[in-house]
Design a protein around this ligand. Structure first.
Ligand SMILES: *Cc1c(COP(=O)(O)O)cnc(C)c1O
Length: 341
């Protein structure tokens, strides 16, 4: 049995999801004639109380589109130093939008309104780049699935309003935050100009991300999506997986969170572990004690058929998900407890 904890993107569609995919009515979404895509987009827009939702193949394309909407070449966006838009989108901010990033040294991938304010370059200073956008991440990826306190979002919104900045949320794992903190998606719609939500992470679909925003912004987004090569045809098959996931894989995210928290609690007690980040959602990030080799540990785990990720800077990562069963969980906890270095 292979136990893959590298990411929540490794899941395969369940039988029920495959049935939903097979049965989906489809059409050409480039003509906006795919009823299943239209249904999924409407459902997300209603859920978040935003005008329009648009289906994208990936979260990177959706984030990159949002950044393009809010910026001009030469502008600067503000984000945390660990942000996905900066670290894991292949330099797309520069490639696609000609934008630089002002990186804030936040806490577990989260940044405060007051730190952002210090990072805004004054418009009167024509030597400095023009700050036009703030990108937040919830939950944070490299920050170990940490969730923002919603009050901070309100402060950031007020700040963005007073400086005329756009506010984008990279919500690749926003569904995890909604479950973990029992939050209402509608309240997010009131704060952010654009929100990107992945279907291919905890929700367990083969692909797909939703970008949400006002009618005005999304009318431009559909053009950017076309330019980036993301206008797809009978993609209702994948939208059907998204609809199925909203009905069947949303509330169950709590089970992934429970398992991640049990892994973190187990790690905490082990003498070969130096540090474990709090597991607020489905991600566990930890460091081994200095005398141990990370590569050797990963190799030993792999010999026990357990795959984990190296996040750099000494961090190792385990992510729980739909295909990580109770039986696997039991094995993992035992392997960790009995490991001898
Ligand atoms: C996974 C992820 C994305 C999108 O990744 P894709 O692989 O392009 O779908 C964006 N932001 C964060 C924080 C992520 O974890």
């Amino acid at each position: 049995m292979n136990i893959d904890l590298r990411s929540d993107t490794v899941t395969k569609p369940t039988k029920g999801m495959l049935q939903a995919i097979i049965k989906a009515p489809t059409g050409d979404d480039v003509y906006k004639e795919d009823p299943t895509v239209n249904q999924l987009e409407r459902r997300f827009a209603e859920m978040f109380g935003m005008d329009t939702a648009l289906f994208f193949p990936t979260g990177s394309m959706s984030n990159q589109t949002a950044i393009k909407l809010h910026t001009q070449p030469g502008d600067q966006l503000i984000c945390d130093k660990w942000a996905h838009v900066y670290n894991y989108e292949a330099g797309g901010v520069a490639f696609n939008s000609g934008v630089t990033c002002n990186l804030i040294d936040g806490h577990r991938g989260m940044i405060t309104a007051s730190a952002i304010e210090k990072g805004i370059s004054p418009i009167s200073n024509y030597h400095t780049p023009n700050t036009t956008l703030v990108c937040l991440e919830n939950t944070t990826n490299k920050g170990g699935g940490a969730c923002y306190d919603f009050e901070e979002f309100k402060k950031v919104r007020t700040l963005c309003d007073s400086f005329g900045l756009g506010l984008h949320l990279d919500g690749a794992r926003l569904m995890n935050a909604l479950v973990a903190k029992n939050e209402d998606p509608n309240s997010y719609g009131k704060i952010f100009d654009t929100i990107s939500v992945c279907l291919s992470k905890g929700l367990g679909t083969p692909l797909g991300t939703i970008l949400l925003g006002s009618n005005e912004l999304m009318a431009r987004a559909i053009r950017v999506r076309k330019i980036l090569g993301g206008a797809m045809r009978q993609v209702g098959f994948m939208a059907a997986a998204g609809l199925y996931a909203l009905d069947h894989h949303f509330e169950r995210l709590a089970e992934d969170h429970q398992k991640a928290s049990e892994i973190a609690q187990t790690l905490q007690k082990l003498d070969y572990i130096k540090k474990v980040e709090p597991a607020d959602t489905n991600i566990v990030i930890f460091n081994l004690i200095d005398e141990m080799s990370k590569d050797q540990f990963m190799k030993d785990m792999s010999e026990n058929h357990i795959q984990i990720s190296d996040m750099g800077q000494g961090k190792l990562r385990m992510v729980t998900h739909l295909d990580y069963t109770d039986e696997m969980h039991h094995i993992v906890l035992n392997v960790l407890k009995n490991y001898e270095y």
